[in-house]
Design a protein around this ligand. Structure first.
Ligand SMILES: C[S@@+](CC[C@H](N)C(=O)[O-])C[C@H]1O[C@@H](n2cnc3c(N)ncnc32)[C@H](O)[C@@H]1O
Length: 481
C-alpha cells in the first residue's frame, strides 16, 4: 500500500510541492521496497534544491553533471568556498604537507631546463593551484638556481574558483594595488585576473578559467604543473549488465520510485584515509544512484571504443572522464606547440577502474551524494586514458610512483639539510613524518603517481623516467589480466 502510494507520486507533483515550499529544510519521505520508510534529514541548501529541481525536471542526471554542479557551481559548489585545504579543512595535499614537495619539483624543472639547452624565457603554468602553496614553494626553491630563475617571465594559474584565486593571490604576495580584478559570479568580492608577486621579484601572475586562455610568447618555454587537478574533473560511471550491454549509473532524487544502486566498498584509496559512516549509510541523502533504463547517449559516446566490450565482464563497472581526455588533448597539443614540459601528479592507476568515485570530508571518505557542495568529490585518475588521449600529440613518460619520483629527485638529501638546520627535536620529528607520508608506499608514495609530458620533438628521456610509454591500441592498460 505504502509502495503503491509512492509510485503514484509523480515527478511533477513533487516539483510543485518543492518549489512552492519556502522551507529551507525539505524532508522527503523515502519509501523502501520492503515497505519501510525513512525521512531525509539533510539540509536543503540552494545547491541541493537546484540539483533536485534539475532532476525532477529532466530525469536522473549523470554523475559527471552532479560532480560539476557540486564542485564548481557558483551557487555553493565546493571549490567556491576557498578554505577547504589543510588540517583544519577536509584534506591535506602533498604541497600542504611539506615544503620539500615543491622544492623537489623545482629541481625537476631546473634539470629539464638544462636538458633543453637553458632557454632564455620560461613561464610557469599551474592547473588547479589550490592555495598556491606548491607554486610558492617551487618559486622559492627556484631562486637558488639563479640562471634558471632569471629565465622566468611569469606565472599563469588555471583556476575556476574565485575564492581560491584570492588565496593564491595572497600566497604569492601579490599587490592588490597592482591587481586587475573582475566581479565574480556571486558578487562577493573581486576575482583577480592579473597582478605582480612581491614575494617573487615582481613577476607577473595571471589567472584563467581554462588552459586555452593562457597565451605565451613564441620563444617562451611553458613549465606546466597539474597536481591533484585531474581527479576533480567529472567522471561518468557505467556497469555492464547481464545482457552484456552497458548501463549508465545516474543520480536520482532519493524519493523517486527507482531502485537504488549501492556503490561497491572502497579500498584504501587516498593514503591512509578511513571511510566515515556516511559512506555506507545513504539514508540521510536527498539523492541516490540508479541504473539508467536503456542505453544513454553518454554510454553510446563514451564507450564506443570496442575495448570496453572486450575487456570487461558482466557486473563490471568503469569510470571514464571524457573531460580529462579533453584537457589532456589540449595540454599535449599546447606543450608540443610551445615546446614546453609538464608534470601531472595525482592518485590513480594505469588502468580503468570502476568504483572510486567518493566524497572527502573532514579527512575521511564520505558518501558523495550527501550534502552537495559540503565536501570534495573525486575519482582516481586513469593514467592510461590520459596517455591514450595524448597519443601522437605529445610524448608521455610514466606514470611512476610518487615515492620513487621524490627519491630520485633528491628528497632524502633535502630532508638531511633541513634536519641539520634545526636542533629542535619536535621539528626534526615532524620533518621525518612528512617525508615518510609523502614517500611511504603505505601512505602517499604508491597511490600517487607522476606522469611527464614532453613535446613530440623532444630528444632524450626526462629524469627519472624510462622510455616514453608506448600505446598499443589493441592492448590497452586494464586491471584485468
Ligand atoms: C584538489 S584541489 C588541488 C589543489 C592543489 N593543486 C594542491 O595540490 O594543493 C583541485 C584544484 O583544482 C581546481 N579545479 C577543480 N576543477 C577545476 C576546473 N574544472 N577548472 C579549473 N580548476 C579546477 C580547484 O579549484 C582546486 O584549486
Amino acid at each position: 500500500m505504502i509502495l503503491r502510494r509512492a509510485l503514484a507520486c509523480s515527478r511533477l507533483s513533487q516539483r510543485v510541492a518543492l518549489t512552492s515550499s519556502v522551507a529551507r529544510w525539505y524532508t522527503p519521505t523515502i519509501y523502501k521496497p520492503d515497505g519501510t520508510t525513512h525521512t531525509v534529514k539533510e539540509e536543503l541548501t540552494p545547491l541541493t534544491k537546484h540539483i533536485r529541481d534539475t532532476i525532477l525536471a529532466t530525469g536522473p542526471i549523470s554523475i559527471a553533471q552532479y560532480m560539476q554542479l557540486a564542485l564548481t557551481s557558483p551557487i555553493g559548489g565546493y571549490y567556491t568556498r576557498g578554505q577547504v585545504f589543510g588540517r583544519e579543512g577536509d584534506f591535506v595535499t602533498s604541497p600542504e604537507i611539506s615544503q620539500m614537495f615543491g622544492e623537489v619539483m623545482a629541481v625537476w624543472y631546473v634539470m629539464h631546463w638544462e636538458m633543453l639547452g637553458r632557454p632564455a624565457k620560461t613561464v610557469f603554468v599551474e592547473l588547479g593551484p589550490g592555495r598556491g602553496t606548491l607554486m610558492d614553494d617551487i618559486m622559492r626553491a627556484a631562486k637558488r638556481f639563479k640562471p634558471f630563475y632569471a629565465s622566468i617571465r611569469g606565472i599563469h594559474f588555471v583556476e575556476k574558483s574565485p575564492e581560491l584565486r584570492k588565496l593564491q593571490h595572497d600566497k604569492l604576495g601579490c599587490d592588490w594595488n597592482a591587481t586587475i580584478t573582475v566581479s565574480d559570479k556571486n558578487d562577493s568580492g573581486k576575482t583577480p585576473l592579473s597582478s605582480v608577486s612581491q614575494h617573487h621579484g615582481g613577476l607577473e601572475v595571471g589567472w584563467h578559467d581554462v588552459l586555452e586562455q593562457v597565451a605565451v610568447d613564441k620563444d617562451c618555454v611553458p613549465l606546466v604543473m597539474a597536481h591533484e587537478f585531474f581527479d576533480a574533473l567529472p567522471i561518468y560511471k557505467f556497469e555492464k549488465g547481464e545482457n552484456g550491454k552497458w548501463n549508465e549509473i545516474l543520480v536520482d532524487v532519493a524519493d523517486s520510485n527507482t531502485t537504488p544502486v549501492q556503490p561497491a566498498g572502497l579500498a584504501q584509496l587516498r593514503g591512509s584515509l578511513q571511510s566515515s559512516s556516511s559512506m555506507e549509510d545513504s539514508s540521510a541523502s536527498h539523492f541516490k544512484f540508479v541504473r539508467a533504463r536503456g542505453i544513454t547517449s553518454n554510454a553510446a559516446m563514451v564507450l564506443r571504443d570496442q575495448r570496453f566490450d572486450s575487456l570487461f565482464d558482466k557486473g563490471d563497472r568503469v569510470e571514464v572522464s571524457p573531460e580529462s581526455a579533453r584537457v589532456m588533448i589540449q595540454l599535449a597539443d599546447w606543450i608540443s606547440a610551445n615546446n614546453g614540459m609538464g608534470l601531472i601528479i595525482d592518485y590513480g592507476a594505469d588502468w580503468t577502474q570502476g568504483d572510486t568515485f567518493r566524497g572527502i570530508k573532514n579527512h575521511q571518505f564520505a558518501n558523495p551524494l550527501q550534502s552537495p557542495g559540503s565536501m570534495d568529490l573525486t575519482a582516481d585518475v586513469d593514467f592510461s586514458y590520459l596517455r591514450f588521449a595524448a597519443n601522437g600529440k605529445a610524448k608521455c613518460y610514466g606514470p611512476i610512483e610518487q615515492g620513487s619520483f621524490l627519491h630520485s629527485m633528491g628528497i632524502q638529501a633535502r630532508l638531511q639539510q633541513l634536519l641539520q638546520s634545526t636542533s629542535d627535536n619536535k621539528v626534526q620529528k615532524d620533518l621525518v613524518d612528512c617525508y615518510r607520508r609523502l614517500t611511504d608506499i603505505h601512505s602517499m608514495g604508491r597511490v600517487y603517481k607522476v606522469l611527464a609530458v614532453l613535446p613530440n620533438s623532444s630528444k632524450g628521456v626526462p629524469i627519472p623516467f624510462a622510455q616514453p610509454t608506448a600505446e598499443d591500441p589493441d592492448k590497452p592498460a586494464t586491471n584485468r589480466s
